[in-house]
Design a binder for this molecule. Structure first.
Ligand SMILES: [Zn+2]
Length: 463
C-alpha cells in the first residue's frame, strides 16, 4: 500500500498541457511521480496542497562561490567599468576560498534557491585546486563540497566540472590568478570517473562537463573532452560560456575566423546535450541555426544586466522554436521569477512593445515563459525534472493562494501575478524536491544554522 505521505491533492496544478483542476500527484519512494491525475476527488489519505502547484524550476547556470560577492562590485572603480573589471575582483575573491567556506556559501545559496522555487541547479564549477594552485590530495575536494551542500539543502544537482586551460583565444598561457582553475583534459576525466565512483548518480545528482569557453580551451582540447565524455556517458550534458561579451566575439573572429556561436555550430556536433550559456551576441543566422540545433540557450538575465553584457534577442529565438532556460549565474538575484521578468522586460525596453515573448498560440506571456524555462532547464540538467508527469521527479512548489498578488486570479492570471508583480511575502509557500518537502511554510529546516555558517564564512572571505 502506498503511504499517505506520497499523494498530494491540489485544487489547481500546472501540468505540461496547462492548468488542471482537482489534481492528484502520487510518487514512489524513489521520489519519482508515479501518477498525475486531474478531475479526481481527494483521497482520504492525501495531503492537501495549500495553494496552486507548479513544477519546480531548474537553475541551469550557477557559480556558487560568487554568491558571497554579490553586491560588492556596485561602485565605479574605472570610467569604463565592465565585465572585465568585475572579473578581476572575482579572481581576488576566488583566491581566498577554502573547502569549508565553499560549503558554507553553497549551502546557504542552495537553501535560498529552494525557497525561491528552484528545485535543481547546474553548477558550472571551475575552482578545482588549493589556494597555491596545487591540486588537493583528493582532486574532488571542492566538487565534494558542492555535492554535500546540495544534498544537505535538498536541491537536485547537475555538477559540471569546468575545463579551463588558457587565458585567451589561441592557447594563451593562463594568468597566475587562474591557477586554481587550470586542469588537463586527463585530470578532468579522472575527476569525473572518481566522482561517479565515490558519489554515484541518482535522480538528484548527475555529472556533465563544461569546457569554460572558446577563450579558455583550444579546439583540440574541446574535441578531446567531448569525445571522451560521450564515450563514457553518451547523454552527458556539455555547457559552455559562448558569446557573453562583444570583445569575446571580436577576439573569436580574429582567432578562429568566425564568431563563437557560428564556430561552435560549424565545428562541434551541437545538439540536445549542449547548453550555450550567455549566447547573448548572435546574428540572425546564428540565432536560427542555434534554435535548429536543439541545444539550450542558457540565459541569465539578472547577471547579464548586472555585468552590462547586452540583450539576447529572445523574440527572434523563441519565434524560431529555440530552447532555453534560466540561470542565476553570479547570484545577484536568486529568483526564477525575477529572471523571467527581466528577460521579458529587456525585450520590451529594446522593442518599445509589450508581451514581446508571447505569441498568438500562447498569449499569456508568463505561462509561456515558465513552461519553456522548465523544459529547457530539464534538458540542460539531463535529469528527469521536466514537470508534473509520471516518470519525472516529484519537484514542485506550492503557492500561497491568499497572497495579494495571487488571490482570486483565474488560472491564466496566476503566473502573471507571480512573475510580473512583487509585493509582500514570498508567494512560494512549500517546496518539494524528489517528493520530500524541503521548504514548509516559507522556512527551510536548516536555514538558521546555514545562515550562521554563511556569515562566519563571509567574515573570513571579506577580511
Ligand atoms: Zn557563468
Amino acid at each position: 500500500m502506498i503511504p499517505s505521505a506520497n499523494t498530494l491533492f491540489a485544487e489547481r496544478a500546472l501540468l505540461p498541457g496547462g492548468w488542471q483542476r482537482n489534481v492528484a500527484l502520487s510518487w514512489g519512494a524513489d521520489g519519482r511521480l508515479t501518477s498525475v491525475e486531474s478531475a479526481v476527488a481527494p483521497r482520504n489519505d492525501s495531503m492537501l496542497a495549500a495553494g496552486p502547484v507548479l513544477p519546480g524550476m531548474c537553475n541551469l547556470h550557477s557559480h556558487a562561490f560568487q554568491r558571497a560577492m554579490a553586491g560588492l562590485t556596485e561602485y565605479l572603480g574605472h570610467p569604463q567599468d565592465s565585465f572585465w573589471s568585475w572579473r578581476d575582483l572575482m579572481y581576488r575573491f576566488a583566491a581566498r576560498l577554502t573547502p569549508e567556506t565553499l560549503y558554507a556559501v553553497a549551502r546557504q545559496l542552495y537553501i535560498e534557491m529552494l525557497k525561491a522555487g528552484y528545485t535543481s541547479v547546474c553548477e558550472f564549477h571551475y575552482i578545482h585546486h588549493d589556494i597555491d594552485g596545487r591540486p588537493y590530495a583528493n582532486p574532488a575536494r571542492l566538487s565534494e563540497q558542492l555535492i554535500a551542500a546540495a544534498h544537505d539543502a535538498g536541491i537536485g544537482l547537475t555538477l559540471l566540472p569546468v575545463l579551463y586551460q588558457n587565458s585567451g583565444f589561441g592557447g594563451l598561457p593562463p594568468l597566475p590568478q587562474q591557477a586554481r582553475f587550470i586542469a588537463s583534459g586527463d585530470w578532468m576525466l579522472d575527476l569525473l570517473a572518481r566522482l561517479a565512483r565515490e558519489h554515484p548518480v541518482h535522480d538528484g545528482l548527475r555529472y556533465g562537463a563544461a569546457p569554460h569557453s572558446l577563450r579558455a580551451v583550444t579546439p583540440q582540447a574541446l574535441d578531446a573532452l567531448r569525445a571522451a565524455l560521450h564515450a563514457s556517458d553518451p547523454l552527458a550534458p556539455i555547457h559552455i560560456h559562448i558569446a557573453e561579451q562583444t570583445r569575446e566575439v571580436d577576439d573569436g573572429i580574429v582567432a578562429l575566423g568566425a564568431r563563437p556561436v557560428r564556430w561552435l555550430l560549424d565545428h562541434q556536433p551541437v545538439d540536445e546535450r549542449w547548453c550555450l550559456v550567455h549566447a547573448t551576441h548572435l546574428t540572425p543566422d546564428e540565432t536560427a541555426d542555434l534554435a535548429a540545433s536543439g541545444a539550450v540557450a542558457g540565459l541569465c538575465p539578472s547577471t547579464e544586466a548586472n555585468l552590462g553584457d547586452g540583450v539576447f534577442d529572445a523574440a527572434r529565438y523563441l519565434n524560431a522554436g529555440g530552447r532555453w532556460g534560466i540561470g542565476s549565474d553570479s547570484h545577484v538575484s536568486v529568483s526564477p521569477l525575477e529572471e523571467l521578468r527581466l528577460l521579458e522586460y529587456g525585450q520590451r525596453l529594446r522593442d518599445q512593445r509589450r508581451n514581446v515573448l508571447a505569441c498568438a498560440a500562447a498569449p499569456a506571456v508568463a505561462d509561456r515563459l515558465y513552461g519553456q524555462a522548465v523544459a529547457g532547464g530539464a534538458q540542460a540538467a539531463a535529469r528527469p525534472i521536466a514537470g508534473l508527469a509520471p516518470g519525472q521527479r516529484a519537484d514542485f512548489i506550492v503557492l500561497d493562494a491568499e497572497h495579494p498578488d495571487l488571490a482570486w486570479r483565474r488560472d491564466d492570471q496566476l503566473l502573471a501575478g507571480l512573475i510580473f508583480c512583487q509585493h509582500g511575502d514570498n508567494p512560494i509557500r512549500d517546496v518539494y524536491a524528489g517528493g520530500r518537502r524541503v521548504v514548509a511554510e516559507r522556512r527551510h529546516p536548516a536555514e538558521g544554522g546555514a545562515g550562521h555558517a554563511y556569515r562566519t564564512a563571509l567574515k573570513t572571505l571579506l577580511a
